[in-house]
Ligand binder design. Structure first.
Ligand SMILES: [Mn+2]
Length: 307
């Protein structure tokens, strides 16, 4: 089936401000070097690289009240929110090149505000090894890349929950998480309390990726904007070594392709985050190349002709 995609705007957010390890700040260039823009253009999509967002350097300081770098995280997310909003209002699909996963706060807050103003339904597909549902009371580390889903659901500091003017930006029932296999003990309780819809690795092992994805995409229609937030640590570290928080037992190559192909088939893709690629930990840019390969499938590339 030949699908048509809206024009796409790619922007880089070169920071590791919310991460535990340094290096995700080099992610945007790694993805460009791996040929992301040409790969999307080859799908017949009008794609433009609008350059990098700028923000404060990483001070590498200790947590304060359970948050590391809260001021800097806020500044970066403010810029992300502004760029995403600008591109959405121009009728373009924003693709964020991270950077660490804390940047999804600004990105998804912008998408949520846009959906509200357009009267569209929002579904967030969160592809990750981690639930990212920590709060400053629960977090073992203070790293804000472990908190974006909680912040978006209204649990977090006011500076991070208020982008877009409405708190919470989203509710847990709009989120589906795939690939989860590492959740902190306190976080586990919070996840259960809020009924987050999680397709963890055990569930995927038991029912298969196809059924997990069918359930995760259930209930979407032509009026649904699907935001995909793709943390490359969802993937098994054997195929995606270039990331800061590797967890064994992740999604394999075929399963990952199936996720992307099923998103493409839904016809609902509206925005995308590509985060946590850390070239300092990678082997010859393999993780960025794999991400580009998966993005091609997200834009409808398939092995065989299908209708
Ligand atoms: Mn994450």
């Amino acid at each position: 089936m030949q699908r048509s995609y809206p024009p796409v705007s790619i922007f880089g957010v070169p920071t590791d401000i919310g991460a535990s390890k340094r290096g995700a700040s080099m992610g945007p260039e790694a993805l460009r070097v791996a040929g992301l823009v040409d790969a999307i253009a080859a799908r017949g999509v009008d794609v433009r690289d609008v350059g990098d967002v700028s923000g404060p350097r990483n001070p590498v300081s200790a947590p304060v009240d359970g948050y590391r770098h809260l001021d800097e995280v806020t500044a970066w997310n403010r810029s992300v929110f502004d760029v995403s909003t600008r591109e959405l209002q121009a009728g373009r699909m924003p693709i964020l090149l991270g950077g660490d996963h804390c940047l999804a706060i600004g990105s998804i807050a912008a998408v949520a505000a846009h959906c509200r103003s357009m009267g569209k339904q929002l579904r967030v597909l969160w592809l990750d090894a981690h639930a990212d549902f920590n709060t400053h009371e629960l977090t073992p580390s203070g790293n804000i890349h472990g908190m974006p889903v909680a912040c978006l659901c209204g649990m977090g500091p006011t500076v991070l929950t208020g982008f877009g003017g409405i708190t919470p930006a989203i509710s847990p029932d709009q989120v589906r998480q795939i690939g989860i296999r590492s959740v902190d003990p306190g976080e586990k309780r919070l996840v259960q309390e809020h009924g987050l819809d999680i397709y963890d690795m055990r569930y995927i092992d038991e029912v298969g990726m196809r059924r997990a994805m069918e359930e995760a995409l259930e209930g979407m229609d032509a009026n649904t904007h699907l935001h995909v937030s793709f943390d490359v640590d969802m993937l098994d570290p054997a195929i995606a070594p270039g990331t800061g928080t590797r967890v064994p037992g992740g999604v394999n190559y075929r399963e990952a392709q199936l996720i992307m192909e099923m998103v493409a088939d839904s016809g609902c893709l509206g925005s995308l985050d590509l985060v946590e690629i850390n070239p300092a930990l990678d082997r010859r840019n393999a993780t960025a190349k794999l991400a580009v390969d998966l993005v091609e499938s997200l834009f409808g590339k398939s092995t065989l002709m299908r209708d």
